[in-house]
Design a protein around this ligand. Structure first.
Ligand code: ARG
Ligand code: ZN
Ligand code: CA
Length: 243
């Protein structure tokens, strides 16, 4: 697949309070972040260290906001069990996932006692739950946001998963890969804003990759290998062909 691929997006805002019913401007700011990050137009790309600048990818995906749906729910939090994707559970059913990237923006996602920023379904899962879920205060870069996750990178990360990317440490030790050759092997997530170089498993981690766990302001690239893995989904026979 060459050139620009367009991805129609529908954002389902599910709110209890007025603050959680985020503005159109906050939603649009998230679409803007995605269009920058997936086209290497993010201003912080200038921070990519020279050892990695040769593999920094212009993925070439265009996200087009087609609709925002707004739904009231009395729920104070949700679990990562896909209830928000089901009208029968007080959520909102997805628009045809073969034609749209569905994003659910909810007030809070609780996994055990902790709040998570967002989660995604990998390609190959059930159509009824395809898409990404993000906490409203981590969505976009203008409006009501919680630092250091206030630059829209949670959604960039989750859309990476939705396009089949793994965490760069492969969710395992030094012997486990993320199935991408140009992201160096690591053995766990990096947090905060790591200093460069951060060496683990005898190689320098690509801590500034969107698929690590660093702060929004400290992640600013996909790699060419990740680009190939994502774009293969849109090739003939790929899971997201015909989108
Ligand atoms: N913990 C989430 C996940 O694994 C998202 C992490 C996003 N990180 C960030 N800096 N926004 O899918
Ligand atoms: Zn993740
Ligand atoms: Ca790798």
């Amino acid at each position: 697949v060459n050139g620009q691929i367009e991805i129609p997006v529908v954002v389902h805002v599910i709110y209890r309070t007025n603050a959680e019913n985020i503005s159109d401007a906050q939603v649009q700011s998230q679409i803007d972040v995605l269009n920058e990050d997936f086209n290497l137009q993010n201003s912080d790309a200038s921070l990519i260290p020279s050892v990695f600048s040769g593999v920094a990818a212009n993925v070439g995906l265009n996200f087009k906001l087609d609709a925002i749906t707004r739904t009231y729910s009395s729920k104070r939090s949700w679990r990562p069990n896909d209830d928000m994707k089901k009208a029968s559970k007080g959520g909102v059913d997805p628009w045809d996932p073969s034609q749209y990237l569905n994003m659910w923006v909810v007030n809070s996602i609780k996994s055990g006692r902790s709040t998570i920023l967002g989660y995604a379904q990998f390609p190959g899962g059930p159509a009824a739950t395809d898409g990404v879920v993000i906490g409203y205060n981590f969505f976009g870069r203008v409006g009501t946001l919680s630092a250091p996750y206030d630059l829209g990178r949670t959604t960039t990360h989750e859309v990476g998963h939705w396009l089949n990317l793994r965490h760069i440490w492969g969710d395992g030790g030094c012997g486990v890969d993320d199935f991408v050759a140009d992201t160096p092997i690591s053995d766990g997530p990096n947090y905060g804003c790591p200093s460069f170089p951060t060496v683990r498993c005898s190689s320098t981690d690509m801590t500034m990759n969107y698929m690590d766990y660093v702060n929004d302001g400290c992640m600013y690239m996909f790699s060419n290998g990740q680009k190939d893995r994502m774009l293969s989904l849109f090739a003939p026979g790929g899971f997201r062909e015909g989108m």
